[in-house]
Design a protein around this ligand. Structure first.
Ligand code: ADP
Ligand code: MG
Length: 397
């Protein structure tokens, strides 16, 4: 079903209750979507099999089923005026099936492109946006045909990779076969390893009428393949480069006829050129600062897109630095049992906004929350964020 609407906040649905917006996936992105939907007076539904999911815990309705479960999808369709996704690996057929009885945005076709690296690269080419040189590996025979110019490179699974998982560094042609075996001989993309000057991301929100708005360009630092620090504004970024990144993100959304929030990750190469890395068909970890630093957050934009409400250009009112808080922080040096980090010390610093996702069990590498530091200017935000990082034992940035 296409999106009718708008579904006005507070307008009663068929049961006489405030309209319910649904989200596929119960992780932290779903939780923050639910918070934003509820702030506007909507009810929320979350589909996730996990009884203890971060979003399910705070939602009016938690449908505990797998993504492909017909009964679960029918329950979402019965209760929700429209459904979005917080998890890019919701199987596209499940979204397609749901869309037969309920408006879904973004559409399965767009999500399908974003969840398959080879399809994503084809979409970059179709949209005339540069990306890293690559080869698709689908069978043993493809290995021998690899252009040695792609090495050293990174072999990435075409599907289901995240936070640097499903990636193996490849230096020589002899490394290729073992790397492919280590990834389970599944469909992969081999990408040339590029020398990065910095990493950026851009979040756009596009409505069903094709109008789109964007958040400011974000600069991201990854550690071990996981986002560690986002700074906005991006330090000393060239204005023309920033405009180009925004234009690329808007073009990529338009060429998928995308409705919803889309994040595009970019690399800035050492020669200053911009290449697209990957897209996420949903809000993104690098956009979390927008909750505290912008007058509309990425989750507010997601609600507006889904409900068909007007999209107005977000304004960043404070400079921001976001630190990701991984489960590692609960395990100090030599710790035998997890201990809660000293949040009181961090919250004593000016402009600190702590967001924990309600996950009971801290684990190394698990995203437990984030800390956004806001300040009047970028130098001030960086100064306090560095103090917070030092208090938490995080590496300097
Ligand atoms: P994920 O889906 O896990 O986020 P990415 O493709 O974004 O996977 O890779 C994670 C990180 O690894 C990137 O943010 C970047 O730091 C690094 N990386 C990935 N591809 C390349 C590349 N071709 N050249 C250099 N660094 C890369
Ligand atoms: Mg990435």
């Amino acid at each position: 079903m296409t999106l009718p609407g708008p579904f006005l906040p507070g307008a009663p649905d068929a049961d006489g209750l405030p309209a319910m917006l649904g989200v596929m996936g119960g992780g932290q992105l779903g939780r923050m979507f639910v918070h934003a939907a509820q702030a506007l007076g909507y009810r929320s539904a979350v589909l996730d099999a996990d009884a203890d999911s971060p979003a399910g815990r705070v939602s009016h309705l938690h449908v505990r089923s797998g993504y492909q479960d017909a009964a679960g999808l029918a329950e979402m369709a019965r209760h929700c005026v429209a459904v979005t996704t917080e998890f890019e690996n919701v199987p596209a057929p499940a979204l397609r099936r749901l869309a037969e009885s309920c408006p879904v945005a973004p559409a399965a076709d767009a999500v399908e492109i974003c969840q398959q690296r080879a399809a994503e690269k084809r979409h970059f080419a179709r949209s005339a946006i540069p990306c890293a040189p690559f080869a698709v590996i689908e069978a043993e025979a493809d290995l021998a045909g690899v252009d040695a110019g792609l090495l050293p490179g990174i072999l990435k699974t075409a599907q289901l990779g995240y936070d640097g998982k499903g990636q193996v560094a490849v230096t020589t042609m002899a490394d290729l076969a073992p790397a492919w075996a280590a990834l389970g001989r599944t469909a992969c993309v081999l990408e040339k390893r590029l020398a990065l000057q910095r990493e950026l991301s851009v979040i756009v929100a596009r409505g069903r009428d094709g109008a789109w708005v964007h958040l400011p360009v974000q600069q991201n630092l990854h550690r071990d393949g996981i986002l560690a620090v986002t700074q906005v504004p991006a330090p000393d970024i060239d204005a023309a480069l920033a405009r180009q990144a925004v234009a690329h993100a808007g073009a990529l959304a338009a060429s998928m006829d995308y409705v919803g929030v889309l994040c595009v990750e970019f690399f800035v190469l050492e020669d200053g050129s911009l290449v697209a890395n990957e897209m996420a068909p949903r809000p993104h970890n690098s956009g979390h600062y927008s909750i505290d630093a912008c007058d509309v957050s990425q989750f507010g934009l997601q609600v507006r897109c889904l409900a068909g409400l007007p999209l107005v250009a977000p304004r960043q009112h404070s400079a921001a630095v976001m630190l990701n808080l991984l489960g590692d922080l609960w395990f100090g040096p030599g710790a035998t049992a997890p201990g809660v980090p000293d949040w009181a010390a961090v919250l004593a610093l000016p402009g600190t906004h702590l967001h924990l996702y309600g996950k009971a069990e801290p684990r190394v590498g698990r995203k437990m929350g984030h800390l956004t530091v806001t300040a009047a200017d970028a130098a001030g935000a960086r100064r306090v964020a560095r103090q917070a990082a030092a208090l938490l034992g995080l590496p300097a940035f």
